[in-house]
Design a protein. Structure first.
Length: 201
């Protein structure tokens, strides 16, 4: 039974990482256009062009890193990059400056998505690996589902309080990612006391 399998092979805090990843990576496709309009920027194609190119190049250049360092350090590093990259949006003043957060998002996405799915699904035996992958993708989709409404609420609530809506959203998103990264780091540290991080994959 699926529930029994999930209880027995629970992948732990990496499920939180999967949901946080959906919230963080889903933000640009929902809010970048309105944020750019607020800044008076008519086109946002630079962001997604740089995003895609950075992701492809990063995937090629980092393909051997999981074998060398293990999955948890790469997840933590890309989570930190993703949360720090929220500040890059606050530096944007023109169309070409969207390349800065675009590059950061592309690098973080290229590392975070496959390593998170691999670590979460790897908690399941080979014969149930498909279920593990589905669970991780469901966590990502859950993050997409709840992330946009929460972020939108932050933008509107901040505006009603006299605060800048989008900076408040970026700060809140960074804080959430930091909390999840800290929880994952702690659980990974506990697991490392029992076995090396490189064996976690």
């Amino acid at each position: 039974p699926m529930l029994w399998l999930l209880k027995r092979y629970h992948p732990g805090t990496v499920l939180l990482v999967g949901a946080a990843m959906g919230i963080g990576l889903g933000m640009p496709s929902t809010f970048l256009r309105t944020y750019a309009a607020e800044l008076g920027i008519a086109r946002i194609g630079v962001f997604f062009t740089v995003y895609s190119l950075a992701a492809i190049i990063t995937r090629v250049l980092t393909r051997r890193l999981p074998e060398r360092f293990g999955l948890p350090p790469l997840i933590l590093g890309s989570m930190v990059l993703l949360l720090v990259n929220q500040s890059a949006f606050l530096l944007v003043r023109s169309e070409w400056m969207l390349a800065l957060p675009g590059a950061g998002y592309g690098i973080a996405h290229a590392i975070l998505f496959p390593t998170t799915v691999a670590l979460g699904s790897g908690a399941f035996p080979n014969r149930y690996r498909g279920l593990g992958t589905t669970v991780m993708l469901a966590c990502y989709d859950f993050g997409l589902l709840v992330g946009a409404p929460i972020a939108g609420w932050i933008v509107h609530a901040s505006g009603s309080l006299g605060l800048a809506g989008y900076p408040a959203m970026f700060l809140s998103l960074s804080t959430m990612l930091a909390v999840v990264a800290a929880a994952f780091a702690f659980s990974s540290w506990q697991a490392r006391r029992r076995r090396p991080w490189s064996a976690a994959a």
